[in-house]
Design a protein around this ligand. Structure first.
Ligand SMILES: [Zn+2]
Length: 285
């Protein structure tokens, strides 16, 4: 059931039902039955999906990767910006959840808007669960999109007890997101999905970050990520982002090794080859 599907019940100018019309059954109570598991779609299917409202999907190639498809950047930011503040951004605390005013101030301090603080998102389910526990402890009132997210994270945990789940966010095509950008965002985020759910791949990425990159190369990548507000003290996040940018971000508007790192093509290709040695086949171009 979708809220959109029942909204007309409340329109004040709705025509009264003709007497002979069969009464339409009332929608079931909100929590009468568990929500169904989100559909499994391949990468192409996710790409062509059009979200009219926040929609949970799962990646058929790896069902522990949940892709939350949002109709707008604003909707995506509403769901995930507080998580970005807690888990990723350099200027915000790692151990305390921000209220709405503090979150808005943090975004403004980055000279960004809630729409473009990030264009895509990726988290471990376990980290989002910790965020919701912190929100409860702080008696923080979640916004409606966060409440939707929480409902689906509860479902994810019920479907995948005791294992890690990757939770990704992507925006629909819109005024600031064209088709190539959406494809690049999806591919980049799916790569994070693999990192979060495939420990051997993650260990390989960490080994390449620590031993395959030179110190100067790590510094170039940290500097690039710092310009996007990332907390560069988190080595695992640095390695995960380095992998996703170098292997799976084809749109040069988002990432260009020469422009963003000062690397030659050969230098980028040397690292790409190391990262690819144990990379899973998906996601594809
Ligand atoms: Zn990323």
């Amino acid at each position: 059931m979708t809220l959109g599907g029942v909204a007309f019940w409340w329109l004040p100018d709705a025509e009264p039902l003709p007497a002979q019309t069969q009464p339409i059954p009332a929608p079931p109570p909100m929590h009468a039955a568990p929500a169904p598991a989100p559909p499994l779609l391949d990468q192409a299917g996710i790409l062509t999906h059009v979200a009219r409202e926040p929609t949970a999907l799962r990646w058929a190639a790896n069902p522990r990767v949940w892709v939350l498809d949002f109709p707008t950047l604003a909707s995506q930011g509403g769901a995930f910006n507080r998580a970005a503040a807690l888990l990723e951004k350099a200027a915000t605390p790692r151990d305390r959840i921000l209220d709405d005013a503090a979150l808005a101030a943090a975004i403004a301090a980055d000279r960004r808007t809630p729409e473009d603080w990030y264009f895509g998102h990726n988290y471990r389910l376990s980290d989002l669960e910790r965020m919701f526990a912190l929100a409860d402890a702080a008696s923080l009132r979640l916004n409606p999109t966060e409440a939707w997210l929480r409902e689906h994270m509860t479902l994810a945990r019920r479907l995948e007890p005791g294992v890690e789940v990757a939770v990704l966010g992507i925006p629909a095509i819109g005024p600031r997101v064209d088709a190539a950008m959406r494809a690049s965002i999806l591919r980049h985020e799916l790569a994070h999905g693999q990192f979060f759910t495939m420990p051997l791949f993650a260990a390989h990425v960490m080994a390449v970050w620590q031993r395959g990159f030179t110190e100067a190369e790590r510094r170039a990548m940290r500097d690039f990520l710092a310009r996007d507000g990332y907390d560069t003290a988190q080595e695992e996040m640095m390695a995960n982002e380095a992998m996703a940018y170098l292997l799976h971000t084809p749109d040069r508007r988002f990432f260009d090794p020469a422009r963003d790192l000062g690397w030659s093509d050969a230098q980028a290709d040397r690292i790409r080859a190391l990262l690819s040695e144990r990379a899973p086949d998906q996601p594809g171009p």
